[in-house]
Design a protein around this ligand. Structure first.
Ligand code: ADP
Length: 535
């Protein structure tokens, strides 16, 4: 058999040949709606590649982006790896010093940025030692780079022709994307995705056991292109012939609803916080979900109440997914099976909504207990979740030691169970587990219950030092705007739903801090309230 390398440009070539007229619709940062198709994407990408070559970008170089979900960012997703260079997608929600750290660590020579990030670039430009070329991703007539001497994206692309540009031959194990973890503990860590990993991941994610996409789907990624390649959707869509809709930075409920109904979006995905805003908007306006049929939610546990509202009020199926930057990022997806269906619809919902997902071909899972032995697959025994496979990390970028063990197993830092049907359930992140009187409380389970209490927008549970019990849980609640929620009401809501010793020692009302990837920032909460139960 042939040994054709698995490379990212082959996805673009395929889309151009197989479904050239399937649309790609993007909001732009200027607020326009840009429309073209896979043939148009391929043509502009070739021109961009020529422009990058003209800028001196060579094989192995790192090119950085600070950008939203737009067609321009999508073009960089293909042009940079297509030239055998590496696209370092920087998360703009990181702190200034972390953004600088990432750029310096990746040693990126060119920085592409949306004009929303002009202030950050202006603040940091003098401290960037490796970036020599700045490119502002804006329409030519709105090009206003301020104090930074930046080229214009459209001018660069416009100056090139796409005629007879042949992509170079690429080694499938070469790096394509450099994605950093959000660094809630310590500096962000770089994960270099190879072409092979991205292609295999992209092929697997569309399967019926996972996203189950067809050419009839219209897909809007609300997971960020800068965070672990938006769950691979920029590759999964062209592989499956799906129309793509890109929302730029407009992830508020009203903007999402408008774009979704205008473009006939059937499938979307994003972290729970986005869907909280979207559902709140629908509830306020009585608006409809349009053609939306299914959404994938991950990054944090899906609140049960959210999945239920989507189903009962809007007829939308929620599929929970789990993954991490270190797994490209997809690990498992919660899709039904005949075995589940035999137990009835309620049983299917219960499992799909409360498990992170089931085993997918290409990524192996096992649970390891404290004594080093593998836990039984009984759905009850929890332990450290280990993963391995062709899109799992071997070693962090520019680190000396492997992150995976000698057999390839990578410890995810999550605590989970696995059952006989291959469904995995996360009970906590190892560092968030609350240890109280020799027992464990799952902060995720408690949050999931608390967030269903009327008026609660976000519920955060974390352990703080306690003189007698080692740690006890506190519950911090951010209510919906205008909702009157009281401590007594929350405790009364929890009482019939949890065992007594799980009851939080206090319920506080505060704004819940989120990390750069939209997760509850428990480190900040633990620090803020560390003395709350002392003495
Ligand atoms: P970060 O940089 O914030 O760590 P990642 O996306 O790499 O960003 O985070 C991965 C982690 O997110 C996982 O290890 C897990 O703890 C959490 N996570 C992802 N999906 C889920 C989910 N469906 N349920 C619970 N936790 C999740």
């Amino acid at each position: 058999m042939q040994t054709t390398p698995l490379v990212i440009t082959s996805i673009l070539n395929f889309a151009e040949a197989a479904h050239p007229r399937v649309e790609i619709v993007s909001r732009t940062v200027e607020g326009r709606i840009q429309r073209y198709d896979y043939a148009g994407l391929a043509a502009r990408t070739r021109r961009l590649a020529r422009a990058l070559q003209a800028l001196g970008v060579k094989s192995g170089d790192r090119v950085a982006s600070l950008a939203w979900n737009t067609h321009r960012h999508l073009e960089l997703f293909y042009a940079v790896p297509g030239l055998r260079a590496v696209l370092n997608t920087v998360n703009p929600r990181l702190f200034d010093d972390q953004i600088l750290y990432v750029l310096e660590h990746a040693q990126s020579g060119v920085l592409f940025y949306d004009r929303s990030f002009q202030p950050v670039v202006e603040r940091l430009a003098d401290r960037m030692t490796t970036v020599k070329t700045f490119v502002l991703m804006a329409d030519e007539d709105s090009h206003d780079p301020g104090t930074v001497s930046a080229l214009n994206y459209e001018a660069l692309v416009g100056a090139e022709s796409d005629a007879a540009f042949a992509w170079p031959v690429i080694d499938e194990n070469a790096g394509a994307f450099l994605c950093y973890t959000s660094g809630t503990t310590g500096d962000p860590k770089g994960v270099l995705y190879s072409h092979r990993a991205v292609v295999l991941h992209g092929m697997a994610a569309g399967l019926s056991s996972a996203f189950g996409l067809t050419a009839f789907d219209v897909v809007m990624p609300c997971s960020s292109l800068y965070h672990a390649t938006a769950w691979g959707l920029p590759f999964i869509c062209p592989i499956n012939g799906c129309k793509m809709v890109l929302p730029a930075e407009k992830m508020d409920g009203a903007s999402l609803q408008e774009l979704m109904s205008n473009e006939g979006v059937t499938f979307s995905g994003g972290v729970p916080t986005i869907w909280t805003m979207y559902l709140a908007h629908l509830a306020q306006t009585g608006g409809s979900v349009g053609s939306l049929k299914r959404i994938i939610i991950g990054g944090s546990a899906v609140p049960r109440a959210m999945a239920q509202t989507f189903k009962t009020k809007h007829g939308v199926q929620v599929l929970q997914i789990w993954g991490m930057t270190e797994t490209c990022p997809l690990g498992v997806v919660a899709t039904p099976t005949p075995a589940l269906a035999a137990g009835g619809e309620d049983h299917v919902d219960e499992v799909i909504w409360t498990r992170q997902g089931r085993l997918q071909f290409g990524i192996e899972l096992k649970i390891v207990q404290d004594d080093g032995t593998e836990a039984p697959r009984d759905g009850e025994t929890s332990g450290a979740l280990m993963v391995r496979g062709p899109w799992t990390i071997q070693r962090y970028y520019r680190k000396d030691a492997d992150a995976a063990d000698a057999e390839g197993w990578f410890d995810t830092g999550d605590i989970a169970t696995l059952d006989a049907d291959g469904f995995m359930r996360i009970t906590d992140r190892a560092k968030d587990v609350i240890k109280t009187g020799g027992e464990w409380i799952s902060s995720i389970d408690l949050e999931n219950i608390a967030v269903a209490c009327p008026g609660v927008k976000i519920a955060a549970v974390f352990g703080v030092p306690h003189p007698k019990w080692e740690e006890r849980p506190l519950l911090v609640i951010e209510p919906h705007e205008g909702a009157a929620v009281t401590k007594d009401a929350v405790l009364a809501f929890l009482e019939p739903r949890i065992v007594k010793w799980w009851t939080p020692d206090d319920v506080l009302f505060d704004a819940v801090p989120l990390t750069a990837t939209g997760k509850i920032d428990k480190k900040v909460l633990r620090e803020k309230y560390r003395g709350h139960l002392a003495g």
